[in-house]
Design a protein around this ligand. Structure first.
Ligand SMILES: NC(=O)c1ccc[n+]([C@@H]2O[C@H](COP(=O)([O-])OP(=O)(O)OC[C@H]3O[C@@H](n4cnc5c(N)ncnc54)[C@H](O)[C@@H]3O)[C@@H](O)[C@H]2O)c1
Length: 354
């Protein structure tokens, strides 16, 4: 098992403590298993078995369309008995395996790519989810987790920063990011309806910028872009004025939050999963990456050739996580500097992975 993923999985295991045993002997259907969060989930479940944390091994069904290829870690692990790989499009699968827990993380998640593939993005978030909800209705799992997004809030005004779950959003339904934002919003509506009408035990996570090992260097999200420049000894290119701000939640903290949510009784409820550490501007983030990598490069501003690159891009994104703190016992711990160091070490070992 890759040492970076194993390290994160061990931290999740420590944080989950007695809750780990709830996965003993269970089958978990993981959609989007080859993605950033899917990879970390799969490693957590396999580490539960390897470290003998659970009294009976759990079984993972790793489902993905593998459009970007089967990742190397999965090629190595797929011979194991406790993992089964299904290569299929979530929207077109004829039958779904029965599972105790279903985690639906399959989606196009990076802004550059969802703007390029808007229909596929909506399909996974709406029709893929609908198929899973129908499947869950006839084969009831203990719990189903839908991955929504902080993007459902759109570009909140300053009165709603930090943003709590009651904020209804300021979102365009036809703009360049609408395929993602609106399909996540509709996905949440579907989840609530299936809980209210059919009692499908579904929970909704709204991730706020998770980061860490496993985010591909060519994924076109902000941190991989900055690391790719810096580690290649190039100046960091910022395609904005650098003043928009985000918070960044390290992946092992976030995974613990999602696992606490799927094990909870919070059916039909949405939870922000992120960090309440101070926001950081994109310019400051670029300088932090440079310092963490110890490189002598500069930050330069450029205008994107893509006229819509910044259209509807939120100025600030910062969660209020009081609900997750109180109702799930969620406590993000990893400082941004520590998380960036983990990410740097991962990239140094995986520069050729793309
Ligand atoms: N990482 C974050 O900070 C973040 C923030 C907000 C929301 N999310 C949501 O969390 C989930 C996971 O995000 P991620 O960062 O791991 O994304 P990712 O892009 O790294 O992984 C998504 C995976 O889903 C797969 N996929 C896409 N469409 C599919 C389909 N139709 N059928 C089967 N597989 C398909 C892709 O091949 C990919 O491996 C997504 O739903 C995303 O929208 C993540």
């Amino acid at each position: 098992m890759d040492k970076h993923y194993l390290n994160d999985a061990k931290n999740v295991i420590v944080g989950m403590d007695k809750l780990n045993e709830r996965f003993s002997g269970k089958t978990i259907l993981m959609t989007g298993a080859a993605g950033f969060l899917g990879t970390q989930f799969v490693h957590y479940f396999l580490a539960l078995n390897d470290q003998r944390v659970v009294s009976a091994p759990c079984h993972v069904v790793a489902m993905d369309n593998y459009l970007r290829g089967v990742p190397e870690w999965l090629t190595i692990l797929q011979e194991r008995k406790d993992i089964e790989v299904i290569a299929a499009d979530i929207v077109r699968l004829a039958t779904y395996p029965r599972a105790d827990f279903i985690i639906h993380a399959a989606s196009v998640a990076s802004p550059i790519f969802y703007r390029k593939y808007p229909i596929e993005t909506m399909d996974a978030n709406i029709w893929g989810l609908r198929q899973l909800l129908d499947h869950a209705r006839s084969n009831p799992p203990e719990s189903l987790l839908f991955f929504s997004s902080s993007e459902i809030y759109g570009d909140p005004d300053s009165q709603h920063i930090p943003t709590d779950e009651n904020y209804r959003g300021y979102v365009s339904c036809t703009g360049p990011r609408a395929c993602y934002d609106e399909s996540k919003r509709f996905g949440e509506t579907l989840c609530v309806a299936f809980w209210n009408i059919h009692h499908v035990p579904v929970k909704i996570a709204r991730p706020f910028n998770n980061y860490g090992p496993g985010l591909r260097l060519n994924d076109r999200r902000v941190l991989p872009d900055f690391f790719r420049d810096v580690l290649n000894n190039r100046d960091v290119m910022i395609l904005s004025d650098g003043r928009s701000t985000r918070t960044f939640c390290y992946v092992s903290d976030a995974i613990e939050g999602y696992l606490r949510l799927i094990l909870s009784h919070e059916n039909g409820e949405s939870f922000n999963i992120g960090t309440d550490a101070p926001e950081v501007s994109m310019a400051d983030l670029a300088y932090m990456v440079i310092r963490v990598c110890g490189k002598d490069v500069k930050v330069v501003r450029k205008v994107s050739k893509d006229a819509h690159y910044l259209t509807d891009n939120p100025q600030r994104r910062c969660p209020d996580i009081a609900k997750a703190r109180q109702r799930l016992g969620f406590r993000p711990k990893v400082l941004l500097k520590q998380g960036l160091q983990q990410m740097r070490d991962y990239y140094l070992d995986h520069m050729d992975d793309g």
